[in-house]
Design a protein around this ligand. Structure first.
Ligand code: FAD
Length: 428
């Protein structure tokens, strides 16, 4: 099943390898210290450095080692709860404000990449969101028909009879097209952000783990694996890798493994049959699959949550391969060239959160949809640190919940995954 040159690392790293260790000296004092060099941290850094704040970004591994160079490269509006769910909880205005932020994050990402001229294969290809049964098709159709005024997304339905014009399979029951969703090469996007942050004057240091944060009346003293840094402001941008450095945040996010494989190159005619419109694809299962062609349309990048417990990419690959072949039997003999995983951060209310706790700023909890939102909220958080009014987001106003006895080790994941698989199998 594996090609001879199979790699246990993201396909994206073939084009954009994470930067190797440089010998940049750790500054002794900065205005802003950002912990985590993914989309959140780098977008925050671009704001603060351009706002003339002396900015340092550190990462425990290579800059970009986390989700930001491992994801599926699907860019959406990112908000998981429906408008009506949010309206029940927070009222109509807040529900509108949250969903509008979703649209803003998508718009911002495309605009930023275009304006900065980042070379990262960003393309507004549209999403095919496939229904895995008839009931889900009807539910999707109702949602598309009853769009909330002000939140229209130009979505439309594709019935099962026309499905092959979107996707070369009969396993689904039709689906919805979201024409504004986009695809990107995630690691090339990250590389572009890294260069933009450096040009703005930020210092970025890899293999520099923050180990301890102390606050006193003058600001913060942060102990890192490369020495101590004093900082006026600290931003936590660690998302699914949030650890005991910030226990108050660790107990609010639930790290969940997401797994991806890339196939070996397939024939052009076959790719044209399987993914004729180059869409990004997801489905209505609770344990979702997400997939797309590579930017050059030579391979399929196929992701999902396949394991009850976290496992290594050699073990997850055959499971993903099996699911891929169930959707596309045409790929029976196609091998896997890459397999990898990363940790996303879910939250107890399925929303992302931004705020300041004990004087530390943070943005995290993108629930597996952070390609657009992480950068957008990183940017907003950078503006908040600069004291700018426009930095405020509705996510600042929502309580970041935890649960009693939860300290950051999600013991409840395996049973809930089994439960969700059971629900998926019921066809409701
Ligand atoms: C397999 C996979 C597929 C995905 N697919 C999609 C997709 O298609 N679409 C989508 O919208 N989203 C997707 N996501 C989610 C998306 O990638 C993330 O939401 C987003 O990249 C989060 O960015 P971030 O900068 O907040 O965190 P990350 O990019 O994860 O960066 C956090 C960084 O913090 C560092 N760190 C942690 N602790 C410390 C410390 N103490 N000191 C220093 N550094 C520290 C880590 O080393 C890490 O590099 C996917 C995620 C995964 C794993």
């Amino acid at each position: 099943m594996f090609t001879q040159d199979f790699k246990e690392q993201p396909y994206w790293w073939d084009r954009s390898a994470p930067p190797t260790e440089q010998d940049t000296e750790l500054p002794k004092k900065v205005d802003v210290l950002i912990i985590g060099a993914g989309y959140t941290g780098l977008h925050a850094a671009i704001q603060t450095a351009r706002g003339s704040r002396n900015t340092l970004v550190i990462d425990a591994e290579q800059a970009g080692w986390g989700c930001s160079t491992r994801n599926g490269g699907q860019v959406s509006t990112s908000i998981k709860p429906s408008f009506s769910e949010l309206e029940k909880k927070y009222g109509k205005d807040m529900a509108l404000a949250i969903h509008t932020e979703g649209k803003n994050s998508l718009q911002f990402t495309g605009d930023f990449i275009r304006e900065e001229g980042l070379d990262c294969s960003y393309d507004v290809v549209g999403r095919f969101h496939a229904a895995h049964n008839v009931a889900q098709y009807e539910k999707l159709a109702r949602a598309v028909e009853q769009q909330v005024s002000g939140l229209e997304n130009h979505a439309y339905m594709i019935p099962r009879t026309d499905q092959r014009s979107e996707l070369g399979t009969d396993v689904y029951f039709g689906g919805a097209i979201f024409p504004k969703h986009a695809s990107v090469d995630p690691a090339a996007y990250h590389k572009g952000l890294l260069n933009t942050a450096l040009s703005a004057g930020a210092v970025i240091i890899s293999y520099c783990a923050a180990e301890n944060i102390n606050r006193d009346k003058n600001g913060f003293s942060v102990k890192t694996s490369k020495g101590i840094v004093l900082a006026d402001k600290v931003i936590i941008a660690t998302n699914g890798y949030t650890g005991s450095l910030t226990p108050q945040l660790q107990r609010r996010v639930i790290p969940i493994g997401s797994y991806v494989i890339a196939t070996e190159p397939v024939d052009k005619e076959l790719m044209d049959q399987l993914m004729p419109k180059n869409r990004i694809v997801s489905d209505t299962r609770k344990v979702v699959y997400y997939y797309r062609p590579s930017p050059d349309r030579s391979r399929i990048i196929f992701g999902g949550r396949v394991s009850l417990r976290e496992s290594n990419p050699r073990i997850s690959a055959p499971k993903l391969h099996q699911s891929l072949r169930q959707i596309f039997p045409q790929l029976e003999h196609t091998k896997i060239s890459h397999s990898w995983m990363g940790f996303v951060a879910f939250t107890f209310d399925s929303l992302m959160h931004v705020g300041a706790e004990d004087g530390l700023h943070y943005a995290m909890g993108y629930c597996g949809s952070g390609v657009g939102m992480a950068g957008y909220l990183g940017m907003r958080m950078g503006q908040q640190v600069l004291g700018l009014e426009q930095g405020q987001t509705p996510f600042n106003d929502i309580k970041f919940q935890t649960r009693p006895l939860y300290t950051g080790k999600p013991w409840f994941l395996a049973p809930s995954l089994m439960y969700y698989r059971f629900i998926d199998s019921l066809n409701i």
